[in-house]
Ligand binder design. Structure first.
Ligand code: CU
Ligand code: CU
Length: 487
């Protein structure tokens, strides 16, 4: 016969057992405390990694010593409860770090060869985790490996010892040493005209510059020759260009150049991946006339472009371009900062916003409202003909380029200089990595505003002024001024 009732004697015995056990707990709690894992008190599990570049993958970690010696992106192993100590040695003169995001730890950035940093943290759960370099673009080209934790999960998760800095939108103070990085739109090389093809040497220097993004706001720009855009290069079809690419000794990143005027793999990027303090060079023949974008092509390419590494190269057709009175050089870009538009201080680049294409700033020639400042505004006179070499560095936003109050008499669409121009155009589309050449004659004095007609961007810094001086022309334009037009 089955019974579910408990024998009273057994029940008493259980009660007695718990009573005694409770007394033991109260009397000597230390003696029964259960350690999650005895090895936590033992010496840490140690690994040393060194950064390595210039092989396959292009950037990686290589094990130093012990079981991981010489292995690329070695698997690191530990058990639950272990203290893990990871030492990073910088093998290159560029910025790297080491992060284990799942455990909330990251070293500071290392900038110099043989600089080291150490992480120490307790692994509280089993699983497969990643370690990586958190410099934009580096994990994408190979700086990523696996940390495998074996064992049983402990009860309560432990708090990470060195929490990673939270991405909260506060900014460091504005850099008092920040300089203007704006390339003057009037700084255009002289026309090539009707000369024979020749050899042209071009020298570019990649410089990482603390620059003024807006009033009271600085940003770490990447530049060619210290300005955004970089210098305008002007050659003719048939010229051979000998391009020297230097990377400033103070740089934290590798830099390079891809010119859309080049015929050949990478547009030059395969020859010019240049470490800080080094110089590379290559030659190319300018086979196709046109107005072309050039830009840095080192991963993360979009990070280098948004930070300012773009410019234009003009390859004039045989016989040169028709003469005009004034030429200007303007390029559009957009910038992705952790902090919202208008935040004062030194702003940080946001890789996440860049991937989401959520720009905080839009710029002509590198800084918010740069070409509205007296120092950089475009200037011309009634009766003159104006030509604007306009390009989009981007990296992502297409421009609907427009000059408020003017009509483009001629648009060399997509910067094709060998096709007939379009005539009488209000707004022209210019894609990232693309350009246009527009021309118009000035009939009426006043202030004209260069915009992208996606006009929300005007409120994020995208505007430039063209001041036109001369006598009023009341047959073309006449009336009473009203307040509040903004023009
Ligand atoms: Cu790195
Ligand atoms: Cu670069």
């Amino acid at each position: 016969m089955k019974s579910s009732s408990i024998n009273p004697n057994v029940f008493s015995a259980i009660l007695l057992f718990f009573a005694v056990f409770t007394v033991i707990l109260i009397a000597s709690p230390v003696s029964v405390r259960i350690e999650p894992n005895q090895s936590a008190a033992q010496s840490p599990i140690e690994y040393t990694l060194r950064t390595i570049m210039g092989q396959q993958p292009p950037m990686a970690f290589i094990g130093v010593g012990g079981s991981i010696d010489g292995l690329i992106n070695p698997e690191l192993k530990a058990e639950v409860g272990d203290t893990v100590r990871l030492t990073l040695i910088n093998g290159d003169p560029v910025a790297h770090d080491l992060a284990v995001p799942d455990f909330g730890v990251k070293t500071p950035q290392l900038l110099k060869v043989d600089e080291t940093a150490t992480l120490e943290f307790v692994v509280d759960r089993p699983g497969s985790f990643t370690y990586l370099c958190d410099i934009p673009g580096h994990k994408e080209v190979g700086m990523i490996g696996q940390l495998t934790i074996t064992g049983e999960a402990t009860g309560a998760p432990q708090v990470a010892m060195q929490p990673m800095a939270q991405m909260i939108p506060t900014a460091a103070p504005v850099d008092p040493a920040a300089v203007s990085i704006v390339h003057s739109p009037s700084d255009v090389p002289a026309p090539v005209g009707d000369r024979a093809p020749t050899l042209v040497r071009v020298d570019l220097v990649a410089q990482e510059v603390s620059g003024l993004l807006a009033d009271g706001t600085s940003y770490t720009y990447f530049t060619f020759n210290g300005t955004v855009p970089g210098p305008m290069i002007r050659v003719r079809v048939g010229d051979t260009v000998e391009l020297h690419m230097k990377n400033d000794i103070g740089s934290g990143f590798v830099h390079s150049i891809d010119l859309h005027a080049v015929t050949g793999p990478g547009g030059g990027a395969v020859f010019t991946q240049t470490k800080p303090g080094e110089e590379t060079a290559f030659t190319f023949e300018a086979l196709n006339p046109g107005l072309y974008v050039y830009h840095c092509a080192t991963p993360s390419v979009a990070h280098h472009i948004t930070s300012g590494m773009y410019g234009l190269i003009l390859v004039e057709p045989v016989g040169g371009l028709p003469p005009v009175d004034r030429e200007f050089y303007v390029m559009q870009g957009e910038m992705y900062t952790v902090q919202p538009f208008g935040t004062a201080g030194h702003l940080d680049f946001s890789h996440e916003k860049m991937l989401d294409e959520q720009a905080e700033y839009f710029t002509f020639n590198g800084a918010a409202g740069a070409l509205t400042a007296d120092a950089y505004a475009l200037r011309a006179n009634v009766g003159e003909t104006v030509r604007i070499f306009f390009g989009v560095g981007g990296p992502n936003a297409t421009s609907s380029f427009h000059v408020i109050g003017e009509i483009f008499d001629r648009v060399y669409e997509q910067a094709s200089l060998t096709s007939d121009p379009l005539t009488n155009v209000q707004t022209t589309t210019v894609p990232p990595g693309g350009a246009t050449m527009v021309e118009f004659r000035l009939e009426v004095p006043g202030r004209y505003i260069l915009v992208d007609h996606a006009l929300s961007r005007l409120e994020r810094g995208l505007a430039g002024y063209l001041y036109v001086e001369g006598e009023p022309n009341i047959t073309v334009f006449d009336g009473e001024m009203t307040a509040g037009s903004g023009h």
